[in-house]
Design a binder for this molecule. Sequence first.
Ligand SMILES: NC(=O)c1ccc[n+]([C@@H]2O[C@H](COP(=O)([O-])OP(=O)(O)OC[C@H]3O[C@@H](n4cnc5c(N)ncnc54)[C@H](OP(=O)(O)O)[C@@H]3O)[C@@H](O)[C@H]2O)c1
Length: 338
Amino acid sequence: MPEFREMAKVTLFGSGNKGGATFTPAKDIPSLAGKVVLITGAAGDLGRQTAVELAKYGRPARIYVADLPRGEAEKKAVVERITREAYESDEKDKDTTAPKTDVRFIDLDLTSFESVRACAAEFAAQEERLDILVLNAGIIRVAKGATKEGYEVHFGLNYLGHVLLAKLLVPTLEKTAAQGAEPRVVVVSSEGHAMAPKGGIQFDNLKTECAAMDYSQRYGQSKLALIHLTRHLSVHHPTLKIAAVHPGRILTGMADALKKESLLVKLTAPIAPFFCVPVSVGIVNHLWAATSKDVVSGKYYEPVGVTGKESALARDEALGRRLAEWTEEQIRGVEALA
Ligand SMILES: NC(=O)c1ccc[n+]([C@@H]2O[C@H](COP(=O)([O-])OP(=O)(O)OC[C@H]3O[C@@H](n4cnc5c(N)ncnc54)[C@H](OP(=O)(O)O)[C@@H]3O)[C@@H](O)[C@H]2O)c1
């Protein structure tokens, strides 16, 4: 019952994508010539379309699609789809003089510290710079479970895996800043952070499956932690711009997973389009945070360019400090590449 109540509250009264700044990718994405981008979960709907729009309008040198390992043919298909969708349509919109983006797949399983480290090491072996890091991958409502290191799976994947990846890539981001660039980290949170359990984060249970919590609370605490991560990173890395976003409600692969599992989502499926926006609208949040000059580091944006919608728990500085301390403990010894 609490799941139904919290989901209904977010669905009916959350701000979704209504209002916010106007951002037209074709006009507002600046040239990204020579820049390097890494997007987690970029085989999924929002990550992939973000890659397409950045490649199409910004033409960075390279975009890394960091996603779950899969067969070579499937990786090639993901890369080819992004390249095709970026360059084979809308000929008239393109700046045909700029070189096309080289899109590359890089293995990343955020439920394993070893895989996160391998991903960061493989990236570092190929690149000297990183201009835009989008922490986009995420799960919602998967079966109760734990990551390889034993953390509740939403928290371990959505939050802790991303923390470790960010920590490992910060030296490259800062090196890029030292060359006069303004590197970005886009942290994809959610209005669902408001569904976190009482107190926000149940520290004593994080290294369990959190079996007593419903899925919305497990998802909520992971997305709440990402807003605190954004603020923490912005304080400790002032040469970087770091922003958290809620992309809106979008019918993506994530919604399919929800439909299979949640009675509420199944029942409201016929009217879901009234509450949801297309992928092309959802990713405007990602694109704005990745490229707009108006982004203020450390802030949570819901919808595009609008601050101040985070929950009281997301503003709770004591909770943020406790989370930062807990996090340091968990990743001590694995947060640097050899
Ligand atoms: N859609 C919405 O309405 C909505 C609303 C608020 C926030 N968001 C956030 O937006 C982000 C993108 O979601 P989406 O809607 O685009 O969902 P999606 O289509 O399901 O994409 C999620 C991506 O994450 C990948 N992923 C899953 N487990 C992973 C792991 N262990 N390691 C690395 N990557 C993994 C998935 O890979 P596979 O496909 O191979 O499993 C997929 O490519 C998520 O963080 C989500 O919380 C979405």
